[in-house]
Ligand binder design. Structure first.
Ligand code: SDX
Length: 441
């Protein structure tokens, strides 16, 4: 399947919208995609009826056409360029998935090796980047550091980044994919007062990341293949997810022609929120706060209480009204990693599994189709791999950078691409004259 977006869409049919009061009507084309719901093209609506559409949170709005990821929320299906996420998690590697998301097809052996070598050769950062970390307090949240340092890459790669040039777009994509683990590991090292570790070219992507996080100059980190495989699978599971909040931010920022490194920094900022990527850190905090299976009913009650803004972190999803397929793979990986590491009784996993069991039997959650999402189990695996809780969302950002750059590149190459500029329903004051200060109440 070509990686190009469909040039000209042919309407499958039209729908007519008629305003009963004014009698005005608009005949709107409908386009069908390869899979999933068709879309009503409302671009002519305002011109023909004088109305805008209204969809806070974009619950039912298609912002673009895309061939990268398909989600069927009712069936719990997630495809990347047509390949099911569970098959990619089982058989692929993160860099092979990165190639797939960027280019549209799985690489042959030569293309795979060439891509891996290209990424490897971009893993170092400009030596001056090290100085940026010194501007942060040691106890800064690493997501704040990531926003700052990744945004600063725009200062290092601006004049030579012409986003209209396909080669420049691919180089920027490669640099970001390659440098995110290095920048993330440096954020961690800085927070614990250890020296930065340079990437090592003989290691694969996941191994290199673990090395940069856990090695110290006086002692190499002993690479554990189970850890590395689990890390690589976690990265695959977080790589892309259609038009989620952070990806939509990257697309919107990129639609103005902004520097791609700055766009990714905007994506990191959006991902940080606890309703989005920040949920994996929030899940661990919640499981620790619950502390004992006996307290689960108390938290379930709080989650259902409209006067309590507590939500069951790692549960629910805007699109999935069934099990998040990534959560299934994550739960299996969780058991594998813990048993491979000989961790018999991880209390947080016990609590998580009991919480899942109780919630999935509770009418409140069943009625609202609230299931565990990608963030529910990931933190337990990351904790078992030795990562501090504050680094969980950083890992999500490292993985999601692949999706962000693939979606950004697709947006730039989309012939329909325009600067994003939503409208509104104005509910403020009607026009009124300025009142001099002496005449105000
Ligand atoms: C990610 O978009 C993506 O693809 C995101 C993501 C990706 O890969 O990019 O999948 C990653 O962000 C996963 C989601 C991680 N967030 C959390 O786990 C935080 C907890 N979840 C909720 O905040 C919530 O479920 C959202 C934000 C994920 C989805 O919220 P929606 O779609 O806006 O749904 P909603 O808030 O309107 O909820 C519908 C109802 C409400 O109750 P009623 O008003 O109908 O009575 O369900 C309730 C909500 O109060 N509800 C929850 C709940 N989630 C929704 N009640 C308790 N606990 C929850 N977790």
């Amino acid at each position: 399947m070509s990686a190009k977006v469909v040039k000209e869409m042919t309407p499958a049919r039209t729908v007519t919208l008629t305003d009963g009061s004014s009698g005005k009507s608009a005949s709107l084309p409908v386009y069908d995609g390869t899979l999933g719901p068709g879309v009503i093209d409302v671009r002519a609506l305002y011109k023909e009826t004088g109305y805008f559409t209204y969809d806070p949170g974009f619950m039912a709005t298609g912002s673009c056409q895309s061939g990268i990821t398909f989600i069927d929320g009712e069936k719990g299906v997630l495809l990347h360029r047509g390949y099911p996420i569970d098959e990619l998690a089982e058989h692929s590697s993160f860099l092979e998935c990165a190639y797939l998301l960027l280019n549209g097809d799985l690489p042959n052996a030569k293309a795979k090796t060439d891509f891996e070598n290209t990424i490897t050769k971009h893993t170092m950062v400009h030596e001056q980047i090290q100085l940026l970390y010194r501007g942060f307090r040691r106890d800064s949240h690493p997501m704040a550091v990531m926003i700052g340092v990744v945004g600063a890459l725009a200062a290092f790669y601006h004049e030579d980044t012409n986003i209209k040039n396909a080669t420049h777009r691919m180089i920027a994509s490669h640099r970001l994919i390659a440098k995110m683990p290095t920048i993330a590991a440096m954020a961690y090292k800085y927070s614990i007062g250890q020296p930065f570790m340079y990437p090592r070219n003989e290691l694969n992507y996941a191994e290199n990341f673990l090395h940069m996080v856990f090695s110290v100059p006086c002692e190499e980190y002993k690479l554990n293949p189970i850890h590395a495989r689990a890390m690589d699978r976690l990265l695959i599971l977080h790589a892309d997810h259609e038009q989620n909040a952070s990806t939509s931010t990257v697309r919107l920022a990129g639609s103005s022609g902004a520097n791609p490194y700055a766009c990714i920094a905007a994506g990191i900022a959006t991902l940080w929120g606890p309703a989005h990527g920040g949920a994996n850190e929030a899940v661990l905090k919640m499981l620790r706060e619950i502390g004992d299976k006996k307290r689960i009913p108390e938290f379930i009650k709080r989650a259902k209480d409209k006067d309590d803004n507590f939500k069951l972190m790692g549960f629910g999803h805007r699109v999935y009204k069934n099990f998040d397929p990534r959560a299934r793979v994550m739960r299996e990986t969780c058991h594998e990693v813990l048993s491979d590491l000989g961790i018999k009784d991880e209390p947080l996993l016990e609590i998580a599994m009991e919480l899942e069991r109780i919630a999935l039997e509770d009418d409140y959650f069943v009625k609202r189709k609230l299931y565990p999402n990608v963030d529910f189990y990931s933190g337990i695996i990351l904790k078992a791999l030795g990562f501090p809780t504050q680094l969980f969302t950083v890992l999500f950002a490292v993985a999601r950078t692949v999706g962000w750059v693939a979606q950004w590149k697709e947006m730039i190459e989309d012939p329909e691409q325009k600067i994003g500029r939503p409208r509104q329903l104005y509910t403020g004051s009607p026009q009124r004259p300025y009142v001099p200060i002496g005449k105000r109440g």
